[in-house]
Design a protein around this ligand. Structure first.
Ligand SMILES: [Zn+2]
Ligand SMILES: [Zn+2]
Length: 314
């Protein structure tokens, strides 16, 4: 048999099945939400309410003000049109067009599925509690659920495949808050909906409180050295969250808004006031990044980054 007759079978490039499963689960939750909202004729109302919460003028103002502060007191000085900023601006656009409606439908869908299949989790006695006690308690529980989802993102490979994109940013700025794969939000919304349905089955959290919560979560990526002083022992500051984005040690400082969960789990590392600004990003660049000299134009790279979790790795 000649060499040319030997047919070597190339190893099949298998796609990442778990990523398709997560996409399927997300699709089912969104479908449940759409079916529910269309039946009640409330689709437009729900989408508008989601938009009002997640793209509120307060949040837009915070992003602009933080961007100005980053120019005046940057943790790392870099051009305003740095590639990292431009790429994350594309994610901001994706967030506004795709992710906000998706988040709205995920939260409606998760609440509807939990209400129809796990009604037993509702704590009816809270109906008599004062809002001054119940609302803060629910928000703290929601933050705990978000911490758990973030912990799972780092501990479970199928979830890390989607979370890695967020960590791939080597030029952190306030816009990095929006650098997330749309499918990264599914577990967080399912888990965060549980305490809301359990503790407030018949009441809603005021939209302004959700917006305030999102604002604090957005500020943490700012290219600033701010530690928030004593408040930073409780609320996640930009300096605290930057340690979570370090290239070498991401399983610290997983908190979304409150640091208490990290403290309780032994994962809190509080930044020093004068500490050096460490590098961020992922060693070895497992996700294609804009800082790579051979990177494609922003929108093509965005597509590469979004399909990356579905591809085989390593
Ligand atoms: Zn993370
Ligand atoms: Zn982050």
């Amino acid at each position: 048999m000649s060499v040319s007759q030997i047919r070597v079978r190339a190893p099949a490039r298998r796609l990442c099945l778990s990523s398709f499963v997560l996409a399927g689960i997300t699709g089912l939750i969104v479908w449940a939400a759409l079916a529910d909202l269309l039946q009640q004729g409330r689709l437009q109302t729900a989408l508008s309410a989601g938009w009002a919460e997640l793209a509120a003028p307060l949040l837009v103002g915070l992003v602009v003000a933080t961007g100005i502060c980053e120019r005046i007191w940057p943790a790392e000085r870099r051009p305003v049109l740095a590639r990292g900023h431009l790429q994350d601006a594309c994610y901001l656009a994706l967030h506004a067009i795709v992710v906000i409606p998706l988040m709205t439908l995920l939260s409606v869908g998760a609440a509807s599925l939990i209400a129809s299949h796990a009604r037993w989790i509702e704590v009816r006695s809270t109906a008599h509690w004062s809002g001054w006690l119940l609302v803060p308690l629910t928000i703290v529980a929601m933050d705990g659920a978000n911490w758990l989802a973030h912990y799972a993102d780092h501990r479970l490979d199928p979830l890390w495949r989607f979370h890695a994109l967020h960590h791939s940013q080597e030029e952190l700025s306030v816009l990095t808050s929006f650098r997330a794969h749309p499918l990264m939000h599914t577990t967080g919304f399912i888990l965060a909906t549980i305490p809301v349905v359990a503790l407030m089955p018949t009441r809603a959290i005021a939209p302004v409180l959700i917006t305030a919560y999102v604002c604090v979560g957005t500020l943490q990526h700012a290219n600033l050295r701010w530690t928030f002083g004593p408040v930073g022992r409780v609320i996640v500051s930009p300096a605290y969250h930057r340690l979570h984005h370090a290239t070498d040690n991401q399983v610290v400082n997983l908190g979304v808004v409150l640091t208490i969960w990290d403290v309780l789990a032994g994962y809190a590392r509080f930044p020093g006031r004068r500490g050096a600004v460490g590098r961020t990003g992922l060693d070895g660049r497992p996700v294609p990044v804009e800082q790579d000299g051979a990177a494609r134009p922003a929108l093509l790279l965005l597509a590469d980054q979004l399909i990356e979790p579905f591809q085989p790795r390593g």
